[in-house]
Design a protein around this ligand. Structure first.
Ligand code: SAM
Length: 259
């Protein structure tokens, strides 16, 4: 019988190739799944920059990885001892890869096809939610953050978004008078760029925040920022939703209503 962890395993190599193309460069049985990745050894080198900010021992903790792709972060959290890890993604192509990765690694991880907007259907909260590399792919990014805060994040959120624009962060006062227009032109004002067409050869990029915009949205959705663990990765905690009296919080249309 063949050992799936044998680097020379032709059968595993064939399965990996048949499930391509891969976005996560994993090492499965010694075989790299995306050796020519345009970001290098991705996401391993990215993870190395913020891995220290996530508890090393996750024993007894539950983890939800939203937009899990081929499961790199789900596998890493399982390695840290998490008792339950659920990875969700709306793309079955990536979930097939994730299932193979978990099989090869012998990791007990559940993978389920689900839209981020449907996290309420899980009916469960998780100690740690990973929401990395997804926000800018969404047409309704703040709604997704609101729903994660309302339905699935029990304590910690690890968040990442592509960011563009200035690095500065302006301290915006609680009230800005109607006559004040120049503040919007300041580089540190929270902003998101709307991408109507393709960016980086990807038509699924819709909104890219600047740094101030990322941080303001996290706070407005009810997350306190504990650390900026690397340039675009944030460690957050579930907190009170601020400005709730002004209508903040998840708002979504009634489902199943007659058209
Ligand atoms: C850029 S990849 C990021 C993968 C991984 N989280 C990471 O940071 O390396 C975006 C992933 O999010 C998934 N995704 C995009 N929009 C989604 C949505 N609305 N609901 C669930 N998953 C989504 C994509 O299928 C893809 O696997």
């Amino acid at each position: 019988m063949k050992d799936v962890n044998d680097p020379g395993d032709d059968d595993l190599a064939r399965r990996i190739e048949a499930l391509g193309p891969w976005f996560h460069n994993l090492r499965l049985g010694g075989i790299e799944t995306a050796p020519g990745h345009f970001l290098g050894d991705f996401p391993r080198t990215k993870f190395e920059r913020f891995a220290h900010a996530i508890p090393e021992d996750l024993s007894g903790k539950s983890v939800l990885d939203i937009g899990c792709n081929a499961g790199f972060y789900a596998l890493e959290m399982k390695r840290r001892g998490a008792s339950r890890v659920l990875g969700i993604d709306h793309d079955e192509h990536y979930l097939r890869q994730a299932r193979l990765a978990a099989e090869v690694e012998g990791a007990e991880i559940e993978f389920r096809q689900l839209e981020v907007y449907d996290v309420g259907a899980l009916g469960e909260t998780f100690d740690l939610v990973i929401f990395m590399g997804v926000l800018y792919h969404l047409r309704h990014p703040l709604l997704a953050l609101d729903l994660i805060r309302e339905h699935v994040c029990g304590d910690m959120l690890v968040f990442q978004s592509l960011q563009r624009g200035p690095e500065q962060v302006l301290e915006v006062p609680d009230e800005v008078p109607f006559s004040e227009e120049t503040i919007f032109e300041k580089p540190g004002y929270p902003a998101m760029y709307f991408i109507e067409k393709s960016y980086s050869e990807d038509w699924t990029n819709w909104w890219v925040p600047n740094r101030a915009g990322t941080e303001a949205m996290l706070r407005a959705a009810g997350f306190s920022i504990e650390a900026r663990a690397s340039e675009d990765v944030y460690i957050c905690r579930r907190a009170q939703v601020p400005y709730a009296q002004w209508g903040a919080g998840a708002a979504y249309p009634a489902r199943g209503a007659a058209r």
